[in-house]
Every structure is written in structure tokens, then in C-alpha cells.
Design a protein around this ligand. Structure first.
Ligand code: TA6
Length: 283
């Protein structure tokens, strides 16, 4: 059996790192945005959606994988949509491999450009740990400054689906959600499973249970820690057609299930750190 390893590579023309995990599992993370762009499980299946029309020149965020949204979720504030770290070049802070894992940490911090938009000192670390059937993403938000700050954000995970109409997402029953596809109405989820048959853009609040994405005999467990909310997004046909970096049928092959801090800003005191994680497990 080959030992886990990490190598640098060019992926769609940009700097990236490939984690080679146990039993043939692999993952690719770009330095642009510290974005996980591919996760292949030992059965050879790609688990993440990456748009065929994604743009890799840093002018916009890469459409797919797991964009890191910080310090603003969506358009709930004055900052660029989903913040500004998706189009930053991150640096490699650590890499380590053991017999059954490969681990990579990328980091970025405030500079003149970020302070012009958001006047705070910050340091972010995104750690990706790849095991055989599982991948963990951890975002650490540190405040090295002298004043506290508040942020919202997300790990905006695009899961790959063969046909989104055929998937069922379990685990959100009984939670309230804000329905951005219906004027931000607050709705209580009363179905045992979420199925997608129209534009779906929901922020589920205070979710503590894991979710299970089921598609035929393929399942994926999704769990978060630290992030209180779960966002479920699919643009469906019309909104997808309006996205320049999505193919016409892109909506069918993706479902975003995001670990988010969207509803209530997280406050980080000077000298403090905050951690949020999302774990994906092929079951
Ligand atoms: O997380 C869901 C969402 O906020 C949607 O409203 C949707 O438009 C999406 O993110 C994608 O945003 P983006 O800036 O990547 O086009």
C-alpha cells in the first residue's frame, strides 16, 4: 500500500496541492481561495462539483468545490458577496502525512487591501485532513488585533450529484429556516427529508444533528462543529442560466450543503481564536 503524500501541481493552470490519502483517496486544494476543488473516495468517485465553466484567474471565485466565505456570508452586509478571501492567494502553513491521513494547512491574513474593505487584523487557517473515506475541513479565525471583530461566513460546499432531483437530504427536520428563495420567509421544516424540485436557498438555524445525503445506494454523512447554521442551495434552471460560470445543466449536478455562521455574527475578542469544521464521510 502506498503511503499518504502531498504534492504540488498545476490544476486548471493554478497552483494547487494534491493530497494522496490512504486506499487511493485523493483531494486537490488550490492556493487561490484555499479551495478544496476535488475529493475522490477510494471507490474512484468524485464527490465534489466543479463547474466546467469555472474561472481560475482570480477575477471571481472558483465555482465549485468548497469556497471559504469570510468575513461576510452572502450579501448580508456592505462587503463583496461572501467576503473577500475566495479570490486571495493563500500560503502553505503546514503539511503532514501519517499512515492513514494527509493533512494540509493554508493561511492568509489581513493586509492593506483587506483593511481598505474591512478595518480589522485577522488570520485565517484552513486545514484539510484526508483519510480513506472521510475529509475534514477546519477554519480557524484568529484575531491578532487590539479590538474585537464580528464576522459571518461559511464553508460553501458544492456536493456533486448525478441528478439532484434524485437526492434526499436528511437531518434537518424540525428546524426553522430562512427561505431566501421566498423573500426570506421563516419556515419550519416539517418534512422528514429535503428533496430539491425547485430553486432552493435556505439557511437552517442552530443545527446540531448531522445530515445524510442519499442518492440511490450512495450516501454521504455531513457534520459540522462550531458553525451553527446549515445552508442548502441549488439555483435550479433559471438562476443557473444567469450564472456565467455555470453550464446550462450545472444545477442538476450539484447541491450545496454548507456549514455556516450566517444568522448571527460570531464575535472574536482580541487575542482569541474561533474554530469551525465540516466533516464529510462516505458511507
Ligand atoms: O450560500 C447560498 C448563496 O448565498 C446563494 O444565495 C447563492 O447565490 C450562492 O450562495 C452563490 O453565491 P456566489 O457569490 O458564489 O455566486
Amino acid at each position: 500500500m502506498t503511503k499518504p503524500s502531498i504534492e504540488t501541481l498545476q490544476f486548471h493552470g493554478i497552483d494547487a496541492l494534491r493530497l494522496n490519502g490512504p486506499r487511493g483517496a485523493s483531494a486537490v486544494v488550490s492556493r487561490l481561495g484555499a479551495q478544496l476543488l476535488s475529493w475522490i473516495t477510494p471507490d474512484g468517485r468524485e464527490r465534489l462539483f466543479l463547474s466546467d465553466k469555472a474561472v481560475f484567474d482570480g477575477s471571481v471565485a472558483i465555482r465549485g468545490g468548497v469556497p471559504v466565505c469570510f468575513p461576510q456570508f452572502s450579501d448580508r452586509g456592505e462587503l463583496p458577496r461572501h467576503g473577500f478571501v475566495r479570490t486571495r492567494e493563500w500560503t502553505v502553513a503546514a503539511q503532514r502525512c501519517g499512515d492513514d491521513y494527509a493533512l494540509l494547512t493554508l493561511e492568509t491574513a489581513d493586509d492593506e487591501a483587506t483593511r481598505a474593505l474591512w478595518p480589522h487584523a485577522f488570520k485565517l487557517e484552513l486545514t484539510v485532513m484526508l483519510e480513506a473515506d472521510r475529509i475534514d475541513l477546519e477554519l480557524c479565525v484568529a484575531n491578532p488585533g487590539e479590538a474585537g471583530f464580528a464576522f459571518t461566513g461559511a464553508l460553501h460546499t458544492y456536493l456533486r450529484t448525478i441528478q439532484v432531483e434524485d437526492v434526499a437530504l436528511e437531518g434537518l427536520y424540525g428546524h426553522d429556516y430562512r427561505d431566501a428563495a421566498d423573500g426570506d420567509r421563516i419556515v419550519r421544516d416539517s418534512g422528514t427529508q429535503l428533496t430539491v424540485d425547485r430553486e432552493t436557498d435556505r439557511v437552517y438555524r442552530d443545527v446540531r444533528r448531522p445530515q445524510l445525503l442519499q442518492a440511490g445506494n450512495l450516501s454521504l454523512g455531513i457534520q459540522s462543529q462550531g458553525f451553527p447554521d446549515v445552508v442548502v442551495w441549488n439555483p435550479w434552471l433559471d438562476k443557473c442560466a444567469a450564472l456565467a460560470d455555470m453550464p446550462a445543466d450545472g444545477w442538476r449536478h450539484m447541491l450545496c450543503v454548507e456549514a455556516a455562521a450566517a444568522e448571527r455574527p460570531v464575535v472574536v475578542a482580541p487575542g482569541d481564536e474561533w474554530y469551525g469544521r465540516q466533516m464529510l464521510v462516505a458511507v
